[in-house]
Design a protein around this ligand. Structure first.
Ligand code: FAD
Length: 310
């Protein structure tokens, strides 16, 4: 049986997480299909067809899927689940909303947040905020999996020549309806897809200082801005910038942490970053234990100096 990846898309483009999930699916099974659900999603289907390694793209296109309501998306996945041994979602808010519904209806145990495929039925996943790695084996005939995207390289977005089939969308479940959506407008890269992230902690002291110090650095580097939970809880930065166990899991090429102590819950969200630079005035700060470059300095001096040197 093949593996099915549930794509995340916004009608014309695919979310970057889908590419990492395809890599995980290819490790589960040689033949990978991608399901694109939505209304007027044909363009996103064509984008998916170009992903290297994907054999087939199925586009379920219809009004019931326009707003990606979890009940309807889950019904669409279930309608075709019989053909697949592995059904993979990105471990994003969207994937985590649908996958448990699919697993429950199939009466299988979901395998959550995998970071490695050991074999087609055995997977690794972090536990205890990433301090231990569990190896889990599923004996279920169908594996419903969420993929921690930072654990897998992105599949090349180009180079594939998958065939594209259009499916009839399932009818509306009637269990939920779309009321509205408030989308945060952000000119910066999305946190989970950014190549560079500059993150600020409690040491910034206020929302004004957070913006005054972190924004110019982010602007110079073309980076996304992140924050520790302490900075978010204190109102220095909005909730959706939080990095960590209860925030976003990120693994950019470069992560700069300024005035962040390095609590395990923060490290759980960023320690897989390729290059970590930490600025902290306390030379004993735990963040230095994961940093590639450690700068024991006052961030209010160091960050503007770095900025002016760029
Ligand atoms: P602090 O720990 O107060 O550290 C501030 C640091 O700034 C210190 O190291 C200090 O030396 C340094 N500093 C002070 N002044 C300066 C200066 N002028 N220049 C340079 N350095 C300076 N936290 C997260 O971040 N993300 C999560 O997702 C998360 N989830 C959690 C989930 C649970 C269940 C729990 C219990 C906690 C969670 N936390 C999370 C909170 C976490 O335990 C820490 O409290 C938090 O990460 C601390 O944030 P901080 O490093 O900004 O602040």
């Amino acid at each position: 049986m093949s593996a099915l990846v549930i794509a995340e898309q916004d009608h014309t483009t695919l979310k970057a997480a889908t590419l990492n999930t395809v890599t995980a699916a290819l490790a589960c099974d040689g033949e990978v299909h991608v399901l694109v659900v939505g209304a007027n999603a044909a363009e996103a289907g064509q984008v998916a067809a170009q992903i290297a390694g994907v054999a087939k793209v199925l586009v379920a296109d219809g009004a019931s899927l326009a707003d990606q309501l979890a009940e309807n998306v889950a019904a669409q996945v279930l309608a075709m689940a019989g053909n697949y041994g592995h059904i993979l979602f990105s471990a994003t808010a969207s994937g985590k909303n649908v996958a448990p519904r699919v697993a429950a209806k199939l009466d299988v145990a979901q395998v959550s947040d995998i970071t490695k495929v050991v074999s087609c039925d055995t997977f690794e996943r972090p536990i205890y905020a990433g301090n231990a790695i569990a190896t889990v084996q599923s004996t279920d005939a169908k594996k419903v999996i969420t993929v921690r995207t930072t654990g897998f390289d992105a599949a090349p977005a180009l180079g594939g020549t998958a065939i594209v089939e259009t499916l009839e969308a399932v009818s509306d479940s009637g269990k939920s309806s779309f009321v509205g959506r408030e989308v945060t407008k952000n000119d910066r890269p999305e946190l989970t897809a950014a190549k560079i992230i500059v993150s600020g902690g409690r040491a910034l002291g206020s929302a004004e200082k957070f913006n005054e110090v972190m924004t110019p650095l982010a602007d110079k580097l073309g980076a996304a801005i992140g924050a520790s939970r302490a900075a978010v809880d204190a109102g220095y930065a909005p909730n959706d910038l939080q990095v960590g166990q209860t925030g976003k899991i990120v693994a950019p090429q470069l992560y700069i942490a300024a005035g962040i102590s390095g609590a395990i819950q923060h490290l759980a969200g960023m320690k897989d970053s390729k290059l970590i630079v930490a600025i902290n005035k306390d030379p004993e700060a735990p963040i230095f234990s994961v940093a590639d470059y450690s700068l024991a300095a006052d961030l209010f001096v160091a960050v503007p100096e770095i900025c002016s040197s760029l």
